[in-house]
Design a protein around this ligand. Structure first.
Ligand code: 5GP
Ligand code: MN
Length: 331
């Protein structure tokens, strides 16, 4: 860990120790790393006697598979986030825009602590702990818990594990030290399979029918990205009817298995002609750069952006950005 990181962790711990009321925010459409990180820290701060709430800008519903992590009932709707929070903590949120409608609280909060692992994070807090080496924001939170001297009990460890197992794709992208962290979480009582299965391997039967439709329309362009290949699929609102966000989000995990493609994309229609796009690369192309050209962000091998318009138009823009970044990767 660098000196800078140690210093910013100490500064974050000081702000939190001095606080009486802490509001923790995950990014919009929160995943297990964002909400797991927020809930882990929230549980710990509650135990230290703080008033704590956890929220996110959109959608209104908490993803079903993440509800169990909220052992202490810390989650509140976005409408219950104070106008001027005493201390605001933004977790796993690589840019201001990812806070969605709650981004305005950055201007009214007394202090803003940013805990993240996105290389593109501009450091929009008064204290910023951004560890780009960390495979998950949950690891940054665990470090902070250690600085705060909070005991790692099972409910807290489970939240950390949820973020870690998903962001590392079941520990495939994990340094040796991160496997040691996993061992520590299991020793604290986490049941790894029980946490991971609902998050990654469990869907209602209707999912199979949705996949059959969506994957049948998937398209492969082997010549794209300088011959490295590009595969994509589109999930319309009609395809997603009756599905949870969890089912829609997992489509990219199948599309990305296409051996002929370095880059995979899934366009997910959130409202009519408004798309959230997931990008994945195998190893050679930096899809964060691609996403950033289109107003989004993320990591080198997993990134995303949002776009308005017909799917065909969004795809054309995406192809343009892919060629711009792909030719650089090859050149
Ligand atoms: P996913 O495809 O799982 O939604 O997201 C993959 C990665 O891209 C995550 O690290 C996430 O933070 C980032 N990401 C996804 N969508 C957006 C977006 O619209 N804007 C930004 N800045 N990052 C995004
Ligand atoms: Mn993350």
């Amino acid at each position: 860990m660098t000196d800078d990181l140690s210093a910013s962790l100490q500064a974050a711990a000081e702000v939190l120790r001095a606080a009486t009321d802490v509001t923790l925010l995950a990014h919009v459409n929160p995943d297990a790393d964002a909400l797991g990180s927020a809930l882990a820290l929230g549980l710990a701060l509650r135990r230290l006697g703080k008033t704590v709430r956890v929220s996110f800008g959109a959608p209104e519903e908490v993803p079903e598979t993440l509800r169990d992590l909220d052992a202490a009932g810390l989650l509140v709707p976005a409408t219950e986030v104070p106008r001027s929070p005493e201390v605001l903590v933004a977790l796993d949120t690589g840019s201001v825009g990812r806070l969605g409608p709650l981004a305005d609280r950055l201007g009214t909060a007394g202090q803003v602590v940013v805990l993240d692992h996105h290389v593109s994070n501009p450091g929009f807090g008064t204290v910023n702990v951004v560890d780009v080496e960390a495979e998950a924001t949950a690891l940054v939170v665990l470090r902070l818990l250690d600085v705060l001297g909070v005991e790692l009990d099972e409910p807290v460890a489970r939240c950390v594990y949820a973020g870690l197992v998903t962001d590392t794709r079941s520990f495939r992208h994990a340094r040796p030290a991160t496997h040691e962290v996993a061992a520590r979480l299991l020793a604290a009582g986490v049941d790894g399979e029980a946490v991971a299965r609902p998050l990654m391997d469990s869907h209602p039967f209707g999912y199979l029918g949705m996949l059959a439709k969506v994957l049948a329309r998937a398209s492969l362009d082997v010549a794209a990205v300088g011959g490295r290949g590009f595969v994509h699929a589109v999930v319309t609102l009609e395809d997603a009817a009756g599905m949870r966000p969890e089912e829609v989000e997992s489509v990219v995990d199948l599309v990305r298995t296409t051996a002929e493609a370095e880059v995979a994309a899934v366009l997910k229609e959130l409202r009519p002609s408004y798309w959230s796009v997931s990008l994945r690369a195998v190893s050679a192309v930096d899809v964060r750069e691609v996403a950033q050209l289109l107003g989004g962000g993320g990591h080198r091998l997993a990134a995303g952006f949002t776009a308005e318009g017909d799917a065909a138009v969004v795809l054309e823009k995406l192809r343009g950005a892919l060629e711009a970044v792909g030719s650089k990767a090859l050149g």
